[in-house]
Design a protein around this ligand. Structure first.
Ligand SMILES: Nc1ncnc2c1ncn2[C@@H]1O[C@H](COP(=O)(O)OP(=O)(O)OP(=O)(O)O)[C@@H](O)[C@H]1O
Length: 229
């Protein structure tokens, strides 16, 4: 494996059973993400974007093929080891924020760092910095329900990068927002990714967003295909 490759998917198969029939969503999908690279995943609804991100993020087991994160082949690993790699190396942003409702924005961003073993003051300091960077620091003490949709998503992005992951995976991170808010939130996400040299794969239906990435890929018949940008 080349030294600067952070994520590889090799020959990924993923099927879902539906009654008598089997839906084959990914059929030998290959993908490589290099250090510091940003890639847009643009494909029609139902073609398997979320499935691909879930497999890449070790949230779902593929039915065949291999996922390698930071040089570690994950297919044969047990759940505990996969969870450890996911927590350390992968940041995930969903279309809906999935913040913990009973905790403040600050606490939500501290949480993954505390789980990773940082002290409370260290986690709070980094959480504050990230919230400030995402221009939502003035809402640090608010609970998710007290934040606007754009603010919630900016907190969710701060949380996803709190442990300085190797790879950021985002599944339509602005899909739930109005166009103006989406553009603002995406600019903040892009600035954070570029500034910290993160590698990112972002599923989006928004072609303006896709064009701002280094590469653009799509899914055709269960395989990842490169698009010209
Ligand atoms: N757990 C599951 N059980 C059965 N079928 C599933 C399951 N998860 C996904 N699918 C099916 O697999 C296909 C791909 O789903 P996926 O969510 O990956 O698509 P997507 O490209 O992300 O779509 P969208 O853009 O609408 O979010 C869909 O047809 C979906 O119905």
């Amino acid at each position: 494996m080349a030294k600067d490759v952070v994520l590889t998917l090799t020959g990924i198969d993923r099927h879902y059973g539906q009654g008598e029939t089997v839906l084959s969503i990914l059929k030998g999908a290959d993908f490589t993400l290099r250090s510091g690279e940003t890639v847009a995943l643009v494909a029609p609804s139902g073609t398997g974007k979320s499935t691909l991100l879930h497999v890449a993020g070790l949230l779902e087991h593929p039915d065949g093929g291999e996922v390698t994160v930071g040089g570690v082949a994950c297919q044969e690993l047990g759940d505990e080891e996969r969870t450890a790699i996911r927590r350390k190396s992968i940041g995930f942003v969903y279309q809906f924020h999935h913040l913990l409702p009973e905790f403040s924005a600050l606490e939500n961003v501290m949480m993954p760092q505390l789980i990773a073993g940082l002290s409370k003051p260290e986690a709070a300091e980094r959480a504050k910095q990230l919230l400030d960077y995402m221009r939502v620091g003035h809402r640090a003490d608010h609970r998710p329900a007290e934040l606007s949709g754009g603010e919630q998503q900016r907190v969710a992005i701060a949380r996803a990068v709190a442990n300085a992951p190797l790879v950021l995976l985002a599944d339509e991170p602005t899909g739930n927002l109005d166009p103006e808010t989406a553009s603002y939130v995406f600019s903040a996400l892009e600035a954070l990714v570029r500034q910290s040299g993160l590698s990112a794969m972002i599923a989006t239906h928004n072609h303006d967003i896709a064009r701002r990435m280094d590469r653009c890929v799509t899914l055709v018949d269960g395989k990842v295909v490169e698009l010209e940008v």
